[in-house]
Design a protein around this ligand. Structure first.
Ligand SMILES: Cc1cc2nc3c(=O)[nH]c(=O)nc-3n(C[C@H](O)[C@H](O)[C@H](O)COP(=O)(O)OP(=O)(O)OC[C@H]3O[C@@H](n4cnc5c(N)ncnc54)[C@H](O)[C@@H]3O)c2cc1C
Length: 478
């Protein structure tokens, strides 16, 4: 292998995989192939269209918007950050429907943030315990009429924190491990622009070295695989025929790794960089690597956990908020810092932060955590997938609309008229008069009307971490 240009395979074309490929190219490695399972690049940095607006279905915040952060530097250098519109003002409403004084809410919020950002260690406490304890100290020092207002804003800070870390309960976040989080600065919301990061990472990367729809099923990483050089090298998307026996011919190139795709293709490499998500690794690490990864690595994959969040987009006929508002926070008056956890029976209470989507200013975006996600998954018809690494945009209409909408009506003879209808639709077609059709056309239409058998859908039970034994002491006689 010495002296030759090593062949490197990167598994996964999310930002980690694309960044690795870009860096390798910059350092002069020109035999780099990226294999991506899906039909598009970007992974969890993804976008979709909602009406005329581009929305981020994955990442949208630069956490730590400072020169220490390479994502920030890349987007700044390319001028993307100059295009991001001002976020607008923050508005706070109480669950009783009245507006909360924004000045007070902001000051109280900053105080809460100061406490929750504390990075202590060796206390053996959870972030929830720490936060409840420290905020209680502040609340106790206040006048009675201030106490309730203050604790409900502190609770809001706690709920926002759950979304930041994708957790369901502050009491399940270790304060000890929190110290290892490196804070590089404030978070910057670049909604609608994050996907440009993917375009920037792809700049100058040869298209033929990026292979989509190549799900890697096996990585044989401890062998000797060889391929005889052909007079005309195969195109990049053609598989190389691999042989496990080392050939005697001097010109035969040998590789220590063979990457096998689900479609049977085999790609030989000197090095492999695996960038698939922890969720994907948990699902398939035991069969992906041949031989298996060392025990300690498998244990890490098994024991590490991750948070889960989803985005919900709400589209209104008219914005009910003022023009300059960029975000709306809901403060629940009966919330306290000690009560911060996600309860799926009260999932609505955990949709507390809404950002206004720009430029389409009559849309709001909320983010919910795993437990609420299970509850909101009843909104749609497809089954809930807690291990999915993509967000998909699903739409469901209202049951009742407030006004009539202009719609183009297509008559059976093809002519059109403008009418007003009780639902917003672009176009509506009147049914064809079946008696005017030929026998053959009539048969085709009748066949389409026949009832179709729906495939039986298996509904998944969602799991709950409620353990009855933890509570039995309250009713069991000693
Ligand atoms: C809804 C949501 C909002 C988020 N918001 C933010 C935010 O605001 N700020 C922020 O910094 N982060 C945010 N994140 C997290 C951020 O998006 C991810 O940390 C980041 O995109 C991960 O990139 P990655 O390349 O490591 O993994 P991924 O993006 O998961 O990329 C891995 C790629 O590997 C592919 N793959 C998987 N298995 C195989 C296989 N067997 N063979 C070949 N390819 C395979 C996948 O299809 C995927 O394209 C958010 C995530 C989500 C889901």
């Amino acid at each position: 292998m010495a002296g030759r240009n090593p062949s490197i395979v990167v598994v996964g074309a999310g930002v980690a995989g694309l960044s690795a490929a870009k860096k390798l190219k910059e350092y002069g490695f020109n035999d780099v192939t990226v294999l991506e399972a899906s039909e598009k690049v970007g992974g969890r940095v993804a976008s979709a269209t909602l009406g005329n607006t581009c929305v981020d279905t994955g990442a949208q915040y630069i956490h730590g918007a400072s020169e220490k952060n390479p994502v920030y530097c890349l987007l700044k250098k390319s001028g993307v950050l100059n295009q991001v519109p001002e976020m607008g003002t923050e508005a706070f409403y109480s669950n009783k429907g009245h507006k909360v004084d924004a000045d007070f809410a902001r000051r109280a919020y900053e105080a809460g943030e100061g406490i929750i950002q504390y990075r202590g260690f060796n206390t053996g406490k959870s972030l929830g315990e720490h936060y409840a304890e420290k905020t209680q100290g502040v609340i106790d020092s206040l006048q009675d009429d201030e106490k309730t207002r203050m604790q409900s804003v502190f609770a809001l800070v706690g709920k926002d924190m759950l979304i930041d870390v994708g957790a369901s309960d502050l009491h399940r976040i270790s304060l000890d491990s929190w110290q290892y989080y490196i804070d590089m600065g404030d978070s910057l919301n670049i909604a609608g622009f994050m996907f440009q990061l993917v375009d920037l990472l792809l700049e100058g990367f040869p298209k033929e070295c990026l292979l989509l729809k190549r799900e890697v099923s096996k990585i044989k990483w401890d062998g000797t695989f060889s391929v005889a050089p052909s007079p005309t090298p195969p195109a990049h998307d053609e598989p190389l025929p691999a042989h496990t026996e080392a050939a005697s011919d001097e010109k035969v190139r040998q590789y220590p790794v063979c990457v096998v795709c689900e479609n049977g293709e085999e790609i030989l490499a000197d090095h492999v960089i695996v960038t698939i998500s922890l969720g994907c690794l948990k699902a398939r690490a035991s069969s992906l690597f041949i031989p298996s990864l060392p025990t300690e690595k498998m244990e890490v994959i098994d024991k590490l956990c991750f948070g889960n969040i989803a985005k919900i987009f709400l589209e209104y006929e008219e914005a009910f908020w003022e023009n300059e508002v960029g975000s709306i926070s809901l403060i629940y008056e009966d919330d306290t810092p000690a009560s911060v956890s996600t309860n799926k029976m009260q999932w609505l209470k955990n949709m507390q932060y809404f950002s206004v989507l720009r430029p389409k200013e009559r849309c709001l975006q909320a983010v919910v955590t795993h437990r609420c996600l299970q509850a909101t998954s009843t909104f749609r018809t497809s089954t809930f997938q807690s291990d999915s690494n993509r967000t998909c945009v699903v739409r469901f209409g209202r049951q009742k609309y407030q006004r009539m909408y202009p719609v183009l009506l297509v008559r059976p003879d093809g002519s059109t008229i403008n009418i007003r209808h009780k639902e917003p639709k672009r176009i509506m077609k009147m049914p064809v008069d079946i008696t005017t059709l030929s026998e053959e056309e009539r048969k085709i239409r009748m066949r389409k009307r026949e009832p179709k058998r729906a495939a039986k859908q298996k509904l998944e039970d969602f799991e709950d971490d409620f353990k009855v034994d933890d509570y039995s002491k309250f009713w069991k006689k000693k």
